[in-house]
Design a protein around this ligand. Structure first.
Ligand code: ATP
Length: 926
């Protein structure tokens, strides 16, 4: 937009308003709707055309696919066109499959944006209203406050703010932007009266006139939508990629070693040896593993979203599963954030408020002044339909003020907004005189008071003794779980100009009284806390509220049991890093009270440095650094600021602690399921390799029990669907009674490999070979007897190979059932509880039947229809394989002394009780 030069700010603004055909009080809703049709939604569109061709191409060119191409090339070069073609078919199938899964995963993550619609405050029909950010149009007047994400390019018309422009400029230090600073000769990005879409307001409040939306904004110019989704490789994927490579390397070595053994020891022709080497290689390269993992993570993400936790990265599922400390705030997360002021304390004593009606027709003068301050220093307001909206504390205070004296009329001149460091807010209001009104945490407001309003409504000096009395009163009510506020005022001397800065406004105050507010704990939190404790997860409360209030709430929901160690913000500030580390590593029950956003950052840092995986909640704009630093930053979808949401990894759509516990459970489940199908896929390696080893080691006396086309069918045809289904298993019982996984613990561990390769793998291989030999021997075969095309045993050999294949598939079915649980019995989760697995197995059986009996497939894959008794032979295999693992699990469960989870939980909680004398920071409260 071109700006006129060298004009006065107001004149300039009038020109801009005229250009945009708008007014200082914004547009009408109808006009906005018309402009929306014309300008289009305020959203970014993806640039640079569709990305899918590149993504599809990538599936054909990733390193493991290249290895398969090399194998195909080798096959073609020695003239075996069928095998070469089969391998290309394998590559194509895998690529299509992986592509479909990645798209699916991507869509799942992109769809999450819909769960947390971005809102903006704009003037419509002359009133401030909340609109969807996508509905902003040029000409709208925005209201921008601390913590807001700015959703369009706009020119400030009133107020001053600090803006974090890092999204556009990369510079993280906030810059000042003000309606009074008119720059017309600098680049747009440097203009001090303009704010941009994608940036955030770090401090202050302002109104701004939107002049560009959607792709016309500066962000639209530089951004592509893909930046929204973090497609970073998770540690899990990284690990699995490495293991996949290791296995690929072993397969290559195995294949290469097979050639000389087969040619020299078993007398196979070089050509055939190469064919089998290629088969071994193709069979063992775990090319399908990574896409299945991506998909399983995406399923986890979707499931989390359904439970009210929207995550922004696939890898969050994995991190959540290993979370061992949750740092939670109190208000709204542990409590309902439905506050109600139940009593006020003035020099006259205590007055209970037990209704929302004005029941005191003639309130005393001190009470009237208190109520006036409570209503004036307040940002809650009544909407057209009569509901009260605003910050929960403000709403409670306003309702109480109304109950005490009825409605208040005054004209606000200025506001110094609430912030979590000052822990108070103040306003300058004009009525009969000009007044400063302040309300906030008692520790924050009392030191600013020099007098107190007496019974006779005169200010009397606030003595030390009275201060002690007040502090005791605050502590006593806080111990009961009340949230306490102090309210104060100062009347300006006639002719005194209204103070412009906070310090001169918030000084020489007169204390009017204290307000006690209740905020009941959420009913579902106690059970969620108990589940966290049983799962070995520590819960630490970090709150801006009074320590004793926090302790009372924490006790009610079971986070603390005895007297917790309460560390206040100022105590924490005095602690050295070592002292903090020591405090955090002690098993004490901890509450950080009156804490600042910096405190959260320090605590997150210290916990991470000592090896913990930390989930931390936050809602304010300055919580962003701590949210970024924690392993899982959790923002509130309802009450939090846009900045916190942007900095977080996970957004709770219901602001509820119980959802965090549910998310951890979903994370553990997602991780477990990934381990299940890795195990399942690995378990196939042994039956795939053993036939070739038997052939090679017998020096050719035993004919090859498996052909390469059947090996490929087994590898890609029958194993995939059940693997996918395992990614959807429900949680194993006991998932929340075991301790959290250590951060360093690899996903693929020795016991898993032993169970896959040496236990179930060997059983499957032995069973399948049993079928092979049974068929051969029954036809009169003896070791060394010829089985070639012209020999009398050729038909039986064909049936034996086919039976071997059927046996392998049967073993695979048993493995799929065994893989469903790692510790528990199949009965405990239900045999039929994963319908997708049953469908997958149904498909697998149908496909095998077709391979065995359909002439075209028989021709293509070289199978010979087995006799009924041969099929009957392999039918019990699934039960044998699954039964063997069931027995193994039962034995393990029995030998690892079945400690009931309850006992373990109590031990954990007992340990976390503070030991007498160990707590140097005990219950100082304030
Ligand atoms: P948590 O950090 O657990 O959400 P909190 O809501 O008490 O707890 P803050 O919002 O930082 O944390 O508030 C800190 C303190 O500031 C409160 O305990 C209260 O005394 C005071 N306070 C909160 N809201 C207001 C408000 N709207 N006006 C004045 N003072 C407030």
């Amino acid at each position: 937009m071109s700006l006129p030069r060298a004009v006065e700010p107001t004149a300039h603004l009038d020109l801009v308003l005229r250009d945009l055909r708008s007014t200082r009080s914004g547009l009408s809703s109808r006009e906005a709707a018309r402009r929306l049709l014309h300008a289009g939604p305020n959203a970014l569109r993806r640039r640079g055309g569709p990305r899918w061709p590149r993504e599809l191409a990538r599936q054909f060119t990733h390193p493991l696919a290249l290895l398969l191409w090399a194998a195909a090339g080798l096959a073609f070069s020695v003239g075996i066109v069928t095998i070469g073609t089969a391998i290309i078919a394998v590559i194509a199938l895998n690529a299509a499959f992986a592509f479909a899964q990645e798209r699916h995963a991507e869509h799942a993550v992109e769809a999450l944006a819909a769960f947390i619609p971005q809102h903006a405050k704009a003037f419509r029909d002359g009133r401030e209203s909340e609109v969807e950010a996508t509905e902003l149009v040029p000409g709208d007047v925005l209201v921008i406050a601390e913590g807001d994400r700015i959703s369009a390019d706009a020119r400030l018309i009133d107020g001053a703010i600090q803006v974090d422009m890092s999204a556009l400029t990369g510079e993280s230090a906030p810059v000042n932007r003000s309606a009074d600073l008119l720059d017309t000769q600098v680049p747009l990005l440097d203009a001090r009266d303009i704010v941009f879409s994608g940036t955030t307001c770090a401090q202050g409040e302002a109104r701004a006139l939107v002049f560009a939306t959607g792709m016309d904004t500066e962000l639209g110019r530089i951004a592509s939508l893909s930046e929204r989704v973090h497609a970073d490789e998770s540690p899990l994927e990284h690990q699995v990629r490495r293991v996949a490579w290791l296995i690929a390397l072993i397969s290559v070595l195995l294949g290469v070693a097979f050639i000389p053994i087969a040619t020299f020891a078993a007398g196979l022709s070089l050509l055939n040896a190469v064919i089998f080497a290629v088969g071994l290689l193709v069979g063992n390269v775990p090319e399908g593993l990574l896409p299945v993992i991506t998909l399983a993570l995406a399923i986890g993400v979707r499931r989390l979203a359904e439970r009210g936790a929207v995550v922004k990265r696939l890898s969050a599922v994995e991190t959540l599963g290993s979370t061992d400390v949750i740092c939670t705030d109190k208000t709204g997360t542990l409590t309902e954030n439905r506050m109600r002021a139940t009593e006020v304390h003035t020099a006259l004593g205590r007055v209970d408020i037990d209704g929302e009606t004005n029941y005191r027709t003639t309130p005393s003068a001190p009470l009237r002044r208190l109520a006036t301050a409570m209503a004036a220093c307040n940002n809650a307001h009544v909407t057209d339909d009569g509901t009260l909206v605003g910050d929960a504390t403000d709403v409670a205070v306003l309702v109480a003020a109304h109950a005490l004296v009825g409605s208040h009329h005054g004209n606000r001149l200025r506001q110094f907004a609430f912030d979590s460091v000052r822990k108070r807010m103040s306003t300058i209001d004009e009525s009969d005189a000009i007044w400063v009104h302040v309300k906030g945490a008692p520790e924050s407001v009392l030191p600013l008071c020099v007098t107190e309003l007496s019974r006779g409504a005169d200010p009397i000096p606030l003595t030390d003794q009275r201060r002690t009395e007040l502090a005791e009163l605050v502590d006593a009510r806080a111990t009961e779980g009340f949230r306490m506020l102090a309210v104060a005022d100062r009347r300006l001397i006639p002719g005194e100009p209204p103070p412009r800065d906070i310090d001169s406004a918030e000084s020489r105050l007169t204390l009017l009284g204290l307000v006690a507010i209740v905020d009941p704990p959420r009913p579902e939190v106690a059970a969620a806390v108990a589940r966290c404790h049983t799962a070995g997860i520590r819960v630490i409360v970090i709150t801006g509220d009074h320590g004793l209030t926090a302790a009372a709430v924490a006790r009610r929901v079971g986070i603390v049991h005895g007297d917790p160690v309460i560390v206040t913000g100022s105590e924490l500030a005095r602690m050295s890093e070592d002292e903090l580390d020591q405090l955090l590593s002690s098993p004490a029950e901890l509450i950080f009270a009156r804490s600042s956003p910096e405190a959260k950052l320090r605590i997150a840092d210290a916990l991470r440095a000592t090896g913990h995986v930390v989930a931390m909640t936050g809602d304010g704009a300055n919580d962003a650094p701590a949210l970024r630093r924690a392993d899982i930053g959790i923002a509130m979808g309802r009450s939090g600021t846009d900045v916190a949401r942007e900095a977080s990894t996970m957004v709770l759509t219901d602001d509820n602690f119980a959802t965090i516990a549910a998310a951890v459970e979903a994370g553990r489940r997602g991780y477990d399921n990934i381990r299940k199908f890795i195990f399942y896929i690995f378990a196939h390696a042994t039956p795939e390799v053993v036939p070739f080893l038997v052939f090679a080691l017998s020096g050719g006396a035993v004919p090859l029990p498996l052909t390469v086309p059947l090996l490929l069918s087994f590898d890609v045809g029958t194993e995939t669907l059940p693997a996918l289904a395992l990614g959807r298993e429900s949680a194993e019982p006991g998932i929340m009674t075991r301790p959290p996984r250590r951060r360093s613990e690899p996903v693929i561990r020795a016991p898993m490999l032993i169970r896959a390769w040496l236990f179930l793998g060997v059983i499957c291989a032995v069973l399948a070979l049993l079928g092979f030999f049974a068929v051969l021997l029954s036809a009169g075969w003896r070791p060394g007897a010829p089985t070639g095309p012209a020999s009398p045993l050729h038909h039986a050999y064909g049936q034996a190979v086919t039976t071997m294949f059927a046996g392998m598939v049967a073993g695979q079915i048993g493995t799929a059932f065994a893989a469903r649980t790692e510790h528990a019995s199949l009965r405990s989760i239900g045999v039929f509880s994963n319908p997708m697995l049953l469908w997958g197995i149904g498909f697998e059986i149908a496909l095998t039947g077709a391979i065995l009996y359909l002439p075209p497939l028989q021709y293509l894959l070289g199978t010979t229809a087995p006799a009924p008794w041969m099929v009957a032979l392999v039918v019990p295999f699934p039960v044998i394989v699954w039964g063997a693992d069931e027995l193994r699990r039962w034995l393990i469960r029995r030998s690892t002394a079945p400690e009931p989870p309850r006992t373990r939980a109590r031990t954990h909680q007992d340990e976390s009780r503070p030991r007498a004398g160990s707590a140097s920071h005990r219950a100082t409260g304030r």
